[in-house]
Design a protein around this ligand. Structure first.
Ligand code: NAD
Length: 392
């Protein structure tokens, strides 16, 4: 019998999931405010007229839409500060922030909602973990409604926002329990317009989050149960979602898996793949999902010995094996992940994504932080250097 211990579990108050359900956001938003400040994360959806339709749905529910920003990559400190200043300027006390987009848009919305009501700092930088002045989000943020249009980050169900910072060059989180989105509308149909490459990368982000949160040293029973279910859905679906982007079953499976990965990681932490992925984003310009995909194999190799039992449980939950010994089951999971990476043409070596040997010290230094703290094995700088050099 394994010990459970004390833990908290945090999740959005309301989740609407389902194909074609995006239009239900009107009444949902109306319960939270009278004006929706919009953060949009896709020019494709804008050009297709979706954002105009969304505004109409809001108006019909008595909510006035105001376009705040369109963002297609990790929000920067300057972007967050400018957007937060604008929201403070126009604020009239009945606003909510509505994000429709990938993790970048949802994170910008969460950060803006927090800064709009917390004015102790002059910049979001003051609140960022590890680089800021250690300021905390103390006042409740504006309510956030998240509508993901990628299936990867799970940011719709986490309490942090990843912000890129230039001095020093790092990606760090603004984090607070109050930043958990109040309501989430997950309509897998919104991801149909995603190109195959982004479907692959974001899907691999979700798979990495599901596995890393399950084996994390901060893992707990509820998030583990969610992660196991998510992996069972994602493993058979990801290649189909990439090869046939209009497959309803595959898009639904990936959207559900991404949501579960967010709920899991918000309550369990992550590990080495995500720690290094953040540093790869900063120093090598890699998109987050691609960086996770490249690092998942190495992270599984590094942690395999100490997490064999957990990897075997995941293999069984995903129905990859029957009643076989743990080493065989763990191997089956690792092989399945390798097979998916081969089929999605995920680069195997860091040099293939432009990493140079001289960058390794920076990667090792900036891989430290919240994600790395969850890694099942503690890794010294020397060991992490050897691991990264071994995958160059
Ligand atoms: P993204 O939001 O950066 O979007 C990637 C690309 O896809 C963009 O060009 C975007 O415009 C496009 N796009 C989005 N939806 C589309 C659609 N339906 N059709 C066509 N194009 C579309 O990518 P992402 O992977 O979802 O988010 C990455 C960000 O999320 C990173 O900044 C990462 O650090 C962050 N993140 C946050 C958390 C968290 O818990 N807060 C967790 C993991 C990652």
């Amino acid at each position: 019998m394994s010990a459970v211990g004390n833990y908290d579990f945090l999740a959005p108050q309301r989740i609407l999931f389902g194909w074609g359900r995006w239009s239900e956001v009107g009444p949902l938003a109306a319960r939270l405010g009278r004006r929706a400040v919009l953060v949009v994360g896709s020019r494709t959806l804008e050009a297709a007229g979706f954002v105009d339709e969304l505004k109409e749905v809001l108006r019909r529910a008595g909510v006035e839409p105001v376009h705040l920003a369109t963002v297609m990559q990790e929000p920067s400190v300057a972007e967050v500060d400018a957007a937060a200043a604008r929201v403070r300027e126009i604020s009239r006390g009945d606003d909510l922030v509505l994000a429709v987009g990938g993790g970048s848009a949802i994170d910008l919305a969460k950060a803006v909602a927090a800064l709009a009501t917390n004015r102790a700092g002059s910049s979001v930088r003051d609140y960022l973990e590890g680089v800021g002045r250690g300021l905390q989000i103390v006042d409740p943020p504006l309510p956030v409604v998240a509508m993901p249009t990628t299936a990867g980050t799970g940011s719709e169900a986490t309490k942090n926002a990843v912000i890129s910072c230039t001095s020093p060059s790092v990606k760090k989180s603004l984090r607070s329990d109050g930043m958990m989105p109040r309501a989430v509308v997950i309509d897998p149909q919104l991801a149909v317009s995603l190109p195959p490459s982004i479907t692959a990368e974001t899907g691999m982000d979700a798979i990495t989050q599901l596995i890393e949160s399950y084996i994390s040293r901060k893992a707990r029973p509820i998030p583990q149960a969610l992660a196991a279910d998510g992996l069972w859905r994602a493993l058979p679906a990801i290649v189909e979602a990439v090869e046939d982007g209009s497959s309803r079953a595959a898009r639904e499976a990936m959207a559900q898996a991404a949501l579960l990965s967010g709920m899991a990681l918000a309550n369990s932490g992550l590990g080495m793949a995500h720690g290094v992925a953040a540093a790869l984003g900063v120093h090598c310009g890699l998109r987050h999902g691609l960086a996770c995909a490249v690092m998942l194999g190495p992270a599984l190799g590094v942690n395999r010995q100490v997490t064999e039992a957990e990897l075997a449980q995941l293999a069984q939950a995903a129905r990859l094996v029957g009643d076989v010994p743990a080493p065989t089951a763990a191997e089956a999971l690792i092989e399945r992940v390798e097979d998916i990476c081969r089929r999605l043409r995920v680069p195997r070596r860091l040099s293939e994504v432009g990493v140079r040997p001289a960058q390794i010290p920076d990667l090792v230094r900036d891989a430290r932080g919240n994600s790395m703290d969850g890694n099942p094995r503690s890794l010294s700088d020397e060991e992490l250097t050897r691991i990264l050099e071994g995958h160059l």
